[in-house]
Design a protein around this ligand. Structure first.
Ligand code: HSE
Length: 431
């Protein structure tokens, strides 16, 4: 049986999962695909640590050149994460005629265009199924299953850590910090959890989804990104009382000829499908013109789930190599109906706002006066407590308003002596 040799860089959590699956499912995979996927070399800086799979000593190396310069290795699997030196390893591997599989969304979001064009020039492919939603086959679905569709929107929960935090605050009535601590101990947060909490990990994934869905490689600087660290337990509970859940959403949506690409905490109606996605689960909603509205749901992090996606990429590549084919899977066609990226000032949405105000006559009149001056209409107001000596929360739901008007109004309101701190502002989505 023909053997395809693979070199794996990064023998961490996902890397050892890949080795485990390829070993334990060896005969199943060989029967299915008619060839053997053989891990020839594994590279990691730490080759002495015990993993949950054992490898023969001569398969392990600390020098990536042992993989890159080995002409018998057909595919490089990059699982070290981060931009450098992962980028250099991939470029070198492409130069040496290897195809690449990676789970590295941070790298692809920042240097994907360069890497994809290098791969295409060399007649090679880069597969990246594990980079979004771990084992959920969203990349392959957008690229292949939905190839004939145009998309209205692609949006959802693509960061398990922040979803775990928000749902655990809601279910266990605990603080942000307590929920974060548990999330970290469970091991699904990034090395630097600010990437998860501040929305960057979601933004990296959204850039890839936007590229696949709309054919536009959006720069990080063009994605509006807001994280969840300012959301208090009180906001989750007030939102619940009003019939909403708070979720960190990554959203790419067309509105007329504009495309909005943004990550922010969002109030969703409780009966929205995404509102019941809890814990480390991810869910991506795809609104398409032919296949209709689709929901992709599953664990968004985890060793075997991510490794399952890596193995699926390996199988795709091995089939092409076996057939002597080059399928240009990175040949993404731009959606020409999209004329421009909408600037954040021009976003429109409904808003939840929690002000902390002094409880005295005229305060609400002053706030609503400023909102009115900027053409902003209030949907509902509720004062949550009564205390003449302390600042108390007042929650407003605002009818659809332009982001620029909202920011201008808030900058006036924030300067009022009756306001204690910057209000918590959360956008609302009906979709
Ligand atoms: N840290 C990511 C998350 C998992 O929490 O979703 C890998 O993408």
């Amino acid at each position: 049986m023909k053997k395809i040799n693979v070199g794996l860089v990064g023998f961490g959590n996902i890397g050892s999962g890949v080795v485990k699956i390829l070993r334990e499912r060896k005969s199943l995979l060989s029967e299915k695909i008619g060839l053997e996927i053989n891990i020839k070399k594994v590279c990691d800086l730490d080759i002495s640590r015990q993993r949950n799979v054992n490898l023969a000593k001569d398969m392990l190396t600390r020098d990536v050149k042992d993989i890159i310069n080995d002409p018998q290795i057909d595919i490089l699997v990059e699982l070290i994460g981060g931009v450098h030196p992962a980028k250099e390893f991939i470029l070198e591997a492409l130069k040496k005629g290897k195809n690449v599989v990676t789970a590295n969304k941070a790298l692809l979001a920042q240097a994907g265009q360069e890497l994809f064009s290098e791969a295409a020039d060399r007649g090679k492919n880069i597969y990246f199924e594990a980079s979004v939603g771990a084992g959920i086959p969203i990349i392959k679905s957008l690229r292949e299953g939905l190839v004939a569709n145009r998309f209205y929107s692609i949006f959802g929960i693509v960061n398990g850590t922040s979803n775990y935090i928000l749902s655990s605050m809601s279910k266990n009535n605990c603080s942000f910090q307590e929920a974060l601590k548990v999330a970290r101990s469970k091991g699904f947060a990034e090395k630097d959890p600010t990437l998860d909490i501040e929305g960057m990990d979601s933004a990296h994934k959204l850039i890839l989804l936007t590229y696949l869905g709309f054919g536009k490689f959006v720069g990080l600087k063009d994605v509006f990104v807001e994280g969840i660290s300012h959301i208090a337990l009180a906001d989750i509970n007030y939102a619940k009382e009003l019939g909403f859940a708070i979720k960190l959403l990554a959203i790419a949506k067309k509105d007329g000829e504009d495309l909005e690409v943004k990550v922010h905490p969002t109030l969703l109606p409780e009966n929205h499908l995404l509102s019941s996605v809890d814990g480390v689960f991810n869910a991506i909603y795809v609104a398409s013109d032919l296949a209709g509205d689709l929901l992709f749901y599953g664990p968004g992090a985890g060793q075997l789930s991510a490794a399952s996606a890596v193995v699926s990429d390996l199988v795709d590549l091995t089939q092409d190599i076996k057939a002597g084919l080059f399928r240009p899977t990175l040949n993404i066609i731009e959606d020409k109906t999209v004329k421009k990226l909408r600037k954040v000032d021009d976003f429109k949405s409904r808003y939840y706002i929690r002000f902390m105000v002094l409880d005295k006559p005229g305060v609400l009149a002053r706030i609503s006066g400023v909102l009115a001056k900027f053409g902003i209409s209030i949907g509902s107001v509720s004062q949550k407590e009564r205390n003449k000596t302390q600042f108390i929360p007042v929650v407003m739901l605002i009818h659809e308003a332009k982001e620029k008007d909202m920011r201008n109004a808030l900058s006036v309101i924030n300067r009022m002596d009756v306001i204690k701190e910057k209000p918590v502002v959360i956008r609302m989505e009906e979709a």
